[in-house]
Design a protein around this ligand. Structure first.
Ligand code: SAM
Length: 275
């Protein structure tokens, strides 16, 4: 939040570079062109915590003695913008093309494994959970379709776990009725338990090795790698490849690209099939 009465704190080149390097190395985010963003998003909280300048904050942060400094900069410097049914044609493709195919493939084990990597405040994994419910209908209870949803932002994950939102825009009326309960007093909308309980939220840094119990049929990693440089992105995409089942799907956003990656083949706009 912009501080109404005070100027943003000054940040020297050296301290800016130290913080940029930290975010790049630990979380993959390239903030080298975001000097203004760093100073405007952090100044208020730094003052509140008694810091007089970025220098002492950077010292404290880099010594990594205090998790709350790390948490602060993750909460403040990640961009958590998201909404229900974002890039709608992805969900149409999921329901009409991918799920019928996966159901044939998994007719014996009846387990689908889907990961929303960089789930922010939960709108993406809950949308996936709604699509699963739409697709499976009464059969849903015969399948294990739990969606793993991960992020590094504690603030975004807390909102995701609560599952309470202002009225979702552009949501079909039937979905709004079926999948949300409106609190008339507050005007807020709560995701219903059948959708909520099908999503498992965890904190996970995408720079870490991927060692989940199951390999994935589908990974959504949309609007996350835009903050990474090409080298970090390519390394993550090959870790995704290793964590996926044969002929499984990777969704990225329409504004991203995998470059000329030999590990995947595009099957629909921003949807890739593992080779
Ligand atoms: C713009 S949101 C995208 C949300 C959703 N996938 C969508 O497309 O609407 C990007 C999210 O990526 C997360 N993120 C960034 N770097 C990350 C990392 N290294 N590990 C895990 N999550 C990360 C941020 O915290 C943020 O919530």
């Amino acid at each position: 939040m912009q501080d109404t009465f005070f100027h943003d704190l000054e940040i020297s080149d050296a301290d800016f570079n130290r913080m940029v390097n930290f975010m790049q190395k630990e979380y993959g985010m390239d903030l080298s062109k975001k000097r203004q963003l760093i100073s405007s998003r952090l100044s208020h909280s730094l003052r509140e915590r008694g810091y007089r300048d970025f220098h002492s904050f950077a010292d404290h942060l880099l010594s990594k003695k205090d998790d709350s400094e790390v948490e602060l900069i993750i909460n403040k410097l990640t961009t958590n913008y998201t909404f229900f049914l974002r890039e709608k044609d992805h969900f149409t493709y999921l329901q009409n093309t991918i799920l019928p195919e996966l159901v044939r493939r998994h007719k014996n084990d009846r387990v689908l494994s889907i990961w929303s990597a960089g789930c922010s405040s939960g709108e993406e994994p809950y949308t996936i959970s709604m699509c699963l419910k739409e697709f499976f209908g009464k059969e849903a209870s015969a399948w294990d379709t739990r969606v793993l949803a991960t992020d590094i932002s504690p603030q975004a994950l807390a909102k995701a776990r609560a599952g309470i939102y202002k009225k979702p825009a552009d949501m079909p009326a039937e979905w709004l009725n079926r999948y949300f309960t409106e609190d008339k007093a507050t005007g807020q909308y709560a995701v219903v338990p059948a959708i909520k309980n099908n999503v498992i939220f965890r904190s996970f840094n995408l720079m870490d090795p991927i060692q989940f119990r199951l390999k994935f049929d589908i990974i959504f990693c949309r609007n996350v790698m835009i903050y990474f440089n090409a080298k970090t992105r390519d390394a993550l995409v090959s870790r995704f490849h290793g964590a996926m089942l044969p002929a499984s799907y990777l969704f990225i956003s329409h504004s991203e690209s995998l470059g000329q990656n030999p590990l995947f083949r595009m099957t629909a706009p921003a949807v890739y099939l593992k080779r």
